[in-house]
Write a protein that binds this ligand. Structure first.
Ligand code: DC
Length: 222
């Protein structure tokens, strides 16, 4: 069974996807970590982020290993575990250039499909999972939350990571990324294409229960 969860930063999709995978005892794939790992590799090799060809070349040259299980996605670049190293503000800032690079997207999309084929069952989370990567997924979700709520969550996350950031800047950053991000899962807004969940007023436990209820309902209908 392939379950896709798409949505933007602060929608609560990462935690919910991981917890859902744990409850179902199937692997959890954080596809954002793959884009981040390529950004980390490009920084490590001193690649010019304004040079799309150089970026695509480094993505092809390095070896990216993805290990996913019910509670984790770990990423390695050339044998080095970078799972924690990809969470810095510096990697954050550079990942959008990687995510905009079509040859890199093609490479990572193929890798994600390989993982899906190999594992068979997966909760996969990102921006294009239900639209581009797994259009035939068994269950597709899109998670949403108000800009205020997402700002609050993202700010709390950054503070917990020891970053000093102004809440207004976090809001501006999320707001400016929304339009580009939303284009990636526009197809999922077609009637019946995906189940939309607004998490603005829900706890993580409530979100996971809601996801499980939909999955059970669909299984009974099969
Ligand atoms: O979800 P995240 O913040 O870890 O994602 C990191 C970046 O990668 C972000 O700019 C969105 C992008 N991304 C993407 O374009 N496609 C995906 N499937 C996952 C992430």
């Amino acid at each position: 069974m392939i379950i896709t969860i798409d949505g933007n930063a602060g929608s609560g999709k990462s935690t919910a996807a991981r917890k859902l995978a744990g409850r179902l005892n199937i692997a959890y794939l954080d596809t954002g970590a793959m884009y981040r790992a390529i950004a980390w590799a490009a920084l490590e090799h001193g690649v010019d982020f304004d040079d799309p060809e150089a970026l695509a070349a480094i993505a092809r040259e390095v070896s990216l290993e993805v290990d996913c299980g019910p509670t984790h996605t770990r990423v390695k670049i050339d044998g080095r575990d970078v799972t924690e190293a990809i969470r810095t503000m510096e990697v954050n800032r550079h990942t959008s250039a990687v995510a905009r690079n079509q040859p890199i997207r093609d490479l990572l999309v193929e890798k994600q499909r390989q993982i899906g084929r190999h594992l068979g069952a997966l909760v996969t989370e990102g921006r294009d999972q239900g639209s581009v990567v797994f259009p035939d997924a068994d269950v597709k979700f899109v998670m949403e939350a108000s800009l205020d709520k997402r700002t609050e969550r993202r700010h709390a996350e950054l503070v917990a990571d020891g970053e000093e950031v102004d809440i207004a800047e976090v809001r501006r950053n999320l707001d400016s990324r929304d339009a580009t991000d939303a284009r990636q899962w526009a197809a999922l807004y077609a009637p019946g294409a995906a189940i939309r969940i607004d998490t603005s007023h829900m706890s993580i436990a409530q979100v996971v229960d809601r996801l499980l209820a939909h999955i059970r309902q669909l299984k009974h209908g099969m």
